[in-house]
Design a protein around this ligand. Structure first.
Ligand SMILES: [Zn+2]
Length: 59
């Protein structure tokens, strides 16, 4: 098993990048950009999918 392999499979929807910052085009009073953070709906921001074994165990 490769050392870098995660214990949980990486989410296929977001490819391991569950939270994306989106610029709104507006700026705060201090000049910084207003960012919206959107979490992946498939993995709920975890970046990983739940193993099938856990899903089965929950039923
Ligand atoms: Zn995801």
């Amino acid at each position: 098993m490769p050392v870098h392999a995660p214990n949980r499979p990486v989410c296929r929807d977001c490819d391991g990048f569950p939270v994306v910052a989106i610029t709104t085009g507006e700026r705060h009073n201090d000049g910084s950009r207003v960012l919206l953070r959107v979490a992946c709906r498939a993995c709920h921001g975890t970046g990983h999918t739940l193993p099938a074994s856990l899903l089965r165990a929950g039923r």
